[in-house]
Design a protein around this ligand. Sequence first.
Ligand code: FES
Length: 110
Amino acid sequence: MTWTDLGPATDFPDGSQRCVKHADHPLVVMNVDGTLHAVANVCPHAGLPLGEGERRGLTLTCPYHGYTYSIKDGRDLDDPEFGQPLRVYPVKVEGDVVRVDLSRPGGPDG
Ligand code: FES
């Protein structure tokens, strides 16, 4: 794992949804009830940004065509069997710094 700093944890308060970019990795980082989730800010459907999408619980709906994804495992909830999953990344807080592992995107199978 290669952990990358995203900034102080205070930048990601409970209920927040922030777009951040590190190197070539645009991300959406969300704090849901004190747990951080990081997903690619690239919708698998047509490659448009998800950052302004509506989050409800552990789901994020793309603002362009309405596809909904799990932010926990990236599953396409409109078509769980055949839909292209959203990339999700391991994220943690160490000390007061948020870190993400960009080397290991996950999905429903990983
Ligand atoms: S680009 Fe996201 S649903 Fe089409």
